[in-house]
Design a protein around this ligand. Structure first.
Ligand code: ASP
Length: 343
């Protein structure tokens, strides 16, 4: 009997990849997904069956939010058995947040979910969209001994495949828009598609896919800067619905040692709020207690985001808050690697 073809589901959420210029205003806006496929006849040459599904109203990813993440997760959930791999076309602006969120939502994922997009629309003469899309489909199609090679949520952009929850968008113009500073590339595309097997996530294959859809949005993200205002920080920490705050600190997790600052955080923790420490540096890790300027944070019970990106920290926070676990368990889980997001 002939071997059946690999089945790929292409999920179009929006983003530059499928945008056209509005001739009146000159700005880019989303357009019909059907036209996108018509513009890439090369897709017919791939040795797999591609089905497509699109958001009813494709969005610029600056409008992304957890409700859309649930939509993407549900599309994968209902099609999980029928397809071998998934490619999510997404605007690059918030792609790292979405890839991180989906990595936490899709527990025990054993198939590839590849996020990709482009810096230039597919119809543009110099577009980067074709290579990004074609190679993403190839990555999602890769199998060894009847199993997917990649079994995690990843992000493909400009010749590199990254672990999704390790990425950050760091350039608004270059084709190489993303970086994964704290984790090696999962694959590199050149003449050959070179997979770095040793860095791929190894899920427990005995467990079934579980889709976590309960995300809590009552959080805040505060970037530390010299001169941060006490009144403003106080009002954030006293926001009635607030459940947790991520503080983007300096260097290896350092902050001002001013009494009022530490006291505000301490009071918030005593009131049951979670305070997370991530670094505003793109690479490296939080090491609370390494400098005097972070030892107080450790003492009062601040949770370490270690080597996590801010994007992964936000997604993990929304996910874990939705899990209804004790404060102690919350800290243990937050500081542990759940999907390879932390060293
Ligand atoms: N603003 C666009 C978006 O994120 C940019 C892109 O697609 O790269 O949807």
């Amino acid at each position: 009997m002939a071997k059946s073809k690999i089945k790929i589901l292409l999920i179009y959420t929006g983003g530059t990849i499928g945008m056209v210029k509005d001739f009146k205003t000159g700005s880019l806006k989303t357009f019909n997904f059907k036209n996108l496929l018509d513009r890439i006849p090369e897709l017919q040459l791939l040795d797999c069956d591609i089905n497509t599904v699109s958001f009813k109203k494709p969005i610029d990813s600056s409008n992304m939010n957890p409700k859309y993440w649930v939509q993407i997760a549900e599309l994968i959930e209902v099609n999980y058995e029928a397809f071998d791999g998934f490619v999510v076309l997404h605007g690059s602006d918030t792609m790292s947040y979405s890839a991180s969120a989906l990595s936490f939502m899709l527990e025990n994922l054993a198939k590839p979910v590849v996020f990709t997009g482009s810096q230039l629309p597919i119809g543009d003469l110099r577009t980067d969209a074709k290579e990004n899309l074609i190679t993403s489909i190839q990555v999602a199609s890769m199998q060894k001994n009847g199993r997917a090679v990649v079994k995690e949520v990843c992000l493909y952009f400009e010749y590199k495949l990254y672990r999704g929850n390790r990425t950050t968008k760091l350039n608004a113009e270059h084709f190489q828009a993303f970086a994964s500073m704290n984790y090696p590339d999962l694959a590199e595309s050149g003449v050959h598609l070179k997979i770095n097997n040793e860095y791929l996530f190894k899920p427990n294959l005995r467990k079934k896919l579980k889709v976590n859809k309960n995300l809590t949005e009552d959080i805040a993200l505060v970037k530390l800067y010299p001169g941060i205002s006490r009144t403003i920080l106080e009002s954030i920490l006293n926001a009635p619905t607030l459940k947790a705050v991520i503080i983007e600190t300096y260097g290896a997790g350092n902050c001002t040692t001013e009494k009022w600052f530490i006291n505000l955080l301490k009071q918030a923790i005593l009131k049951g709020k979670h305070i997370i420490n991530v670094t505003q540096c793109l690479g490296g890790s939080v090491m609370m207690g390494h400098y005097e300027t972070s030892s107080e944070l450790k003492k009062i019970g601040v949770i370490s985001g270690k080597s996590m990106t801010t994007e992964a920290a936000v997604a993990k926070l929304m996910y874990l808050l939705g899990q209804n676990i004790s404060a102690k368990m919350f800290k243990t889980k937050y500081e542990a690697s759940l999907r390879g997001e932390i060293d």
